[in-house]
Design a protein around this ligand. Structure first.
Ligand code: C2E
Ligand code: MG
Ligand code: MG
Length: 307
């Protein structure tokens, strides 16, 4: 039997003179080891406690935002490279009062299961917003919502989503759910059940951040998917290659699986032209537009971008 162990070490009197703190710091060092691959040891550092303090602060910020309507959504357009039209939006969460990025607070919300409440708040806000846009005379376009792996524990989520849609008279075809590769790696069976249920309702499924982690072409072929989103890193890698046939063939292959491709994080015109020439139809990124406030959609929605 192979026995593996992880160890966290704190030192008296260097780290603290207080017994409870010494134990807490050793724990913290142990926690760091476990989060970075296990079967190792680490000495406590001040950086670890700074990190923990920051986490505790962010946790309090999230809790407060959940209780006091502290979140808002921004919307980032996705542009069709053939027509220059906006073909849809991605809803991206922000804290109203504090400038902490979701890349920072979403993982903490996931650790604390706050993400379940956040997931519902996001869903509700997006659908209300769409009803609001419609009331203002805007032609509705599909909006995608990010869905975290932990949200699989929210077993009534689909009912909640359906209620929101029905109450606001929004068609499920106008909603797309973005899942990450990690979701599928961790809960493949559960994920497929949920994906099938969502698709049956008419909701589109998109695989987010493709190319940032596992990037397995093997599993995407047998998943119930509609869209594959190329991660910014993957785009940078593919677009920097001298040989254009790599990206062309990859896009061709993915299209042969009847999947739509959205290239994310596009900041430069040279990337836009290269993607277009390689057969990619839809692009999202700062080159066209940053995520914007919902009011801006009023003037943006019918814009035709020059490609
Ligand atoms: P994501 O879903 O992959 O979203 C794309 C991120 O890239 C967004 O960051 C967006 O603002 C940013 N981005 C867009 N265009 C560009 C570009 O041209 N260059 C660069 N450098 N970045 C670009 P954001 O809004 O900070 O969100 C970060 C991540 O947080 C998202 O990545 C998503 O995983 C998560 N997230 C955001 N909103 C939600 C939400 O409502 N629910 C959940 N569960 N996660 C969310
Ligand atoms: Mg996304
Ligand atoms: Mg992404």
């Amino acid at each position: 039997i192979l026995v593996e162990f992880s160890m966290g070490v704190s030192r008296f009197p260097e780290d603290s003179l207080v017994y409870n703190e010494i134990v807490m710091y050793a724990d913290l060092a142990l926690y760091t080891v476990k989060n970075t691959g296990k079967s190792n040891f680490a000495f406590f550092t001040n950086q670890m406690s700074e990190h923990l303090k920051e986490k505790i602060q962010i946790k309090a910020i999230i809790q407060d935002a959940i209780e006091n309507d502290g979140f808002k959504m921004l919307y980032q357009p996705k542009i069709c490279l053939t027509s220059g039209e906006i073909v849809g939006y991605e809803a991206l969460i922000r804290l109203k009062e504090i400038n902490v990025s979701p890349a920072m607070f979403i993982p903490i919300a996931e650790e604390n299961n706050f993400i379940i409440s956040i997931g519902r708040i996001v869903t509700n806000q997006v659908i209300l917003q769409m009803a609001n846009w419609r009331a203002l005379g805007i032609k509705l376009k599909p909006v995608s919502i990010n869905f975290s792996a932990i949200q699989f524990q929210d077993i009534d989520y689909i009912d909640y989503l359906t209620d929101c849609l029905n109450q606001n008279n929004i068609s499920p075809n106008l909603i797309e759910i973005e899942l990450t590769e990690r979701v599928l790696m961790e809960n493949k069976e559960q994920a497929i059940v949920l994906m099938n249920k969502l698709r049956k309702l008419g909701i589109g499924i998109s695989m987010d951040d493709f190319g940032s982690e596992y990037s397995s072409l093997n599993y995407i072929s047998d998943l119930p998917l509609d869209v594959l989103k190329f991660d910014r890193e993957l785009n940078l890698k593919l677009l920097s290659l001298d040989d254009d046939t790599v990206i062309m063939k990859l896009i061709e292959f993915i299209k042969s699986l009847k999947l739509e491709i959205v290239a994310e994080g596009i900041e430069e015109y040279s990337q836009v032209t290269k993607l277009k020439n390689s057969g990619c139809n839809i692009v999202q990124g700062y080159y066209f537009s940053r995520p914007v406030e919902p009011e801006e959609i009023l003037s943006l929605n019918d814009k035709i971008y020059k490609i």
